[in-house]
Design a protein around this ligand. Structure first.
Ligand code: 1PZ
Length: 208
């Protein structure tokens, strides 16, 4: 336990960052606003996972990182996630490709994908990640992706590292990774639900 706490790995950093966001959401009602810069920093930490996935997912990394970067840049003028939505609602640009509200929706998908992926990781002992990753992808992202993207992802799944290779790259053991994935799963869900509520409370459906 103590050893785990001392060793800061990419997974620890992710778990910690999302626990901080979750803490903000649990605070008094008036304070329940996520700052865009803090949110983006947490989202950036997720990028290290891409480095573990191999070249097949380079295109996903480029897409995700650029969306987080655009959001981060907007934090100089928009303080909170709410501000992003309000601006796009006012300009009628919520679903326009490249808009910040659309980027936020996609980044949210990425966070959810990782959450479900971790859940899959914890419920299987498979030494290959293909099935777990495919299930997570089918559940979270596939319904919203074009045929081209889905095909590239399916192809990439075959090139994923094995379970042990992933643990090694993340500098974790089964036990330490399990605990940190659980922490991310628990902390990210309220954040994901909070983001969904931002859209729903403005009468924006989530079917895109
Ligand atoms: C070990 C487990 C490996 C799991 C691998 C799962 C990989 C999923 C790859 C998703 C590919 C997304 C490629 C880009 C899709 C874009 O078309 C869309 C729409 O963009 P827009 O039209 O709005 O500009 N972008 C997205 O949906 C953002 C998706 C981000 C995916 C982040 C995945 C994080 C995975 C981390 C891996 C552990």
């Amino acid at each position: 336990e103590e050893h785990d706490a001392m060793m800061m790995t990419p997974l620890s950093a992710m778990a910690e960052a999302f626990e901080e966001l979750d803490k903000v959401l649990r605070s008094r009602e008036d304070d329940r606003q996520l700052r865009l810069d803090t949110f983006c920093e947490a989202c950036s930490l997720v990028s290290v996972l891409f480095g573990c996935l191999g070249f097949a997912f380079k295109f996903a990394e480029v897409d995700y990182v650029s969306k987080v970067r655009d959001l981060k840049e907007a934090s100089s003028t928009s303080d909170t996630l709410q501000d992003i939505l309000d601006l796009d609602v006012a300009n009628d640009t919520v679903k326009i490709q490249g808009s910040l509200s659309r980027n936020l929706r996609r980044v949210r998908q990425g966070l959810d994908l990782i959450r479900v992926l971790f859940e899959q990781f914890l419920t299987t002992e498979d030494c290959y990640l293909k099935e777990a990753a495919s299930r997570a992808y089918r559940q979270v992202c596939a319904p919203y992706h074009s045929w081209t993207v889905r095909t590239a992802v399916v192809a990439g799944m075959c090139a994923l590292p094995t379970r042990n290779q992933l643990l090694l790259k993340l500098n974790e053991t089964e036990q330490s990774a399990g605990k940190k994935m659980r922490r991310y799963i628990d902390a990210s869900l309220p954040v994901i639900e909070y983001i969904d509520k931002l859209y729903l409370s403005r009468n924006i459906s989530l079917d895109w």
